[in-house]
Structure formats: C-alpha cells, structure tokens
Design a protein. Structure first.
Length: 261
C-alpha cells in the first residue's frame, strides 16, 4: 500500500511502521491514524510478518500527541462518532493483534503518543524519551485508553498523579515504575526494538499468541476465570505440531523448526 503520513518497511519477519511527520513532532491527526489502521491490517494479513514495531521519525518525538489544529475543531458530537472510533480502534488493534507489537520510543511520547506506546505489547525507550498524559492542560482527558492502560501498567496511584497533573516523566522513571521494558542510549531505541522483536519472532507463533492472549485477557478477569482461560489456551497449545516439534528438538538437541500449526 502507499502511505503519505507513515512509512511501512519489512525487515525479514518484522514490519516497521514509522509515524513520519517530524516537522510537527509526529503529531497524530486523522490521516495518520487512518494510515496506522491500514498498516496494522497489512502486517496482520502478511504471513511473513511475525512482529510489528511502531516508532516515530527523527529523534525528538515518538509522537507528541494529537494535532492541535484538528483538536480545536473537535466537540462532543465528533468524539461520539466514527472518526473518534477509528482513532480508538488503532490503539485497541495494537494491543489485540495476533502478533506482538513493540513501541520503539525514540523521543517524547505524550498524549496520544504515550497511549499508542502503552497499547503495544512491549516498549523500548531511548534514555532521552519522556512520557506523559498532558491532556488535563487542554481541558480534556486522555481519549485513546490512557486512563485505563496506564493504571494497569503502573498502578492506580502513579497513573492518577500523571493524568491529574499532566506532568511528564523521563525514561528512567518510566522504567522504574514499569511503563517501559527497556531503556537504551539515545539513538538506539529502534535497533534495540529490532533485537527484541527478532527474539519474539523466533518463538512458536501459536504459543506466542496464546501467551499474549492469556496475559491480556486474563488481566481483566477474576482469578478462577483467568486460570480457566490459561488452562484452555495451554490445552490448545498442547495439541499443536509446534509443541511436538519443540519437545522433539529439545531431546534431539537442535533448534526447533516452527510451523505455526
């Protein structure tokens, strides 16, 4: 597909999606979000792609939030309509894709940028990155899942402080509280994300998806229901060709050849 606001690149088993508006710090407008939705569909449908990496062009911003020129025209009616639904669905798709997603946060991830990063399965941040939900300073609240995903990642108290004050935190603090999984030197976020993505791509696809679903879906359940979900997903994996291959490879002391079946 042809894109105007993002870049889509394949690198072996990886799809790398770059928000490409560095002149406005990769601000998220409706066109960007529409193209991100298409890119997610493209990566999901491509059997060669095992992991999607999301990043931003340049080193100043992953995405600095919503495009304020568009934000000025939004109102209650627009935010209950299809355009708002498309934007929210981008975050939902990143979280619920069959394939893992990794945010390579090269600069500031603020507002919607922080929300897209949180929707990804894992997050790698440059040491110069910052994270925040500054929407309160515009008279609004996070609208792409920030009030919900942030509390699930870092706890209610820390999330409440970030959302109510609108203050940003640096990458080391984000790592300390569990918002990001890895901090790397400036300029190395994408390379580190690729290294992590290749590790994930080397795992059996069916089990990888099952593990991701078990954590994501089970988190919102009570413990007995979550344990039942885990058992069903475990039982499904136990009947796959990949399980048989994994056990055989272990005993034969060789690398497994995953089939995704």
């Amino acid at each position: 597909m042809t894109y105007s606001n993002i870049l889509y690149e394949k690198d072996g088993p990886l799809a790398i999606v770059t928000i490409n508006r560095p002149e406005v710090r990769n601000a998220l407008n409706q066109a960007v979000m529409g193209e991100l939705a298409q890119a997610i569909d493209e990566a999901e449908a491509d059997d060669e792609v095992r992991v999607l990496i999301l990043t931003g062009a340049g080193d100043r911003a992953f995405a600095a939030g919503a495009d304020l020129k568009e934000m000025a025209a939004r109102n209650t009616q627009t935010e209950l309509g299809p355009a708002s639904r498309l934007r929210r669905n981008v975050a939902n798709r990143l979280e619920n894709m069959f394939k893992p997603t990794i945010a390579a946060v090269n600069g500031n991830a603020l507002g919607g940028g922080c929300e897209l990063a949180m929707a990804c399965t894992l997050r790698v941040a440059a040491e110069t990155a910052k994270f925040g939900q500054p929407e309160i300073n515009l008279g609004i609240i996070p609208g792409l899942g920030g009030t919900q995903r942030l509390s699930r990642l870092v706890g209610k108290g820390r999330a409440m402080a970030m959302v109510l004050t609108g203050e940003a935190i640096d990458a080391q603090e984000a790592y300390r509280i569990g918002l990001v999984n890895q901090v790397v030197p400036a300029g190395e976020a994408l390379a580190a994300a690729k290294e992590l993505a290749l590790k994930l791509a080397s795992k059996p696809p069916v089990a990888l998806r099952a593990a991701k679903d078990a954590v994501n879906l089970g988190y919102g359940m009570d413990l007995p229901a979550a344990l039942e979900l885990e058992n069903r997903l475990f039982a499904m994996c136990a009947g796959t060709e990949d399980k048989a291959e994994g056990v055989a490879a272990f005993f034969e002391k060789r690398p497994p050849n995953w089939k995704g079946k």
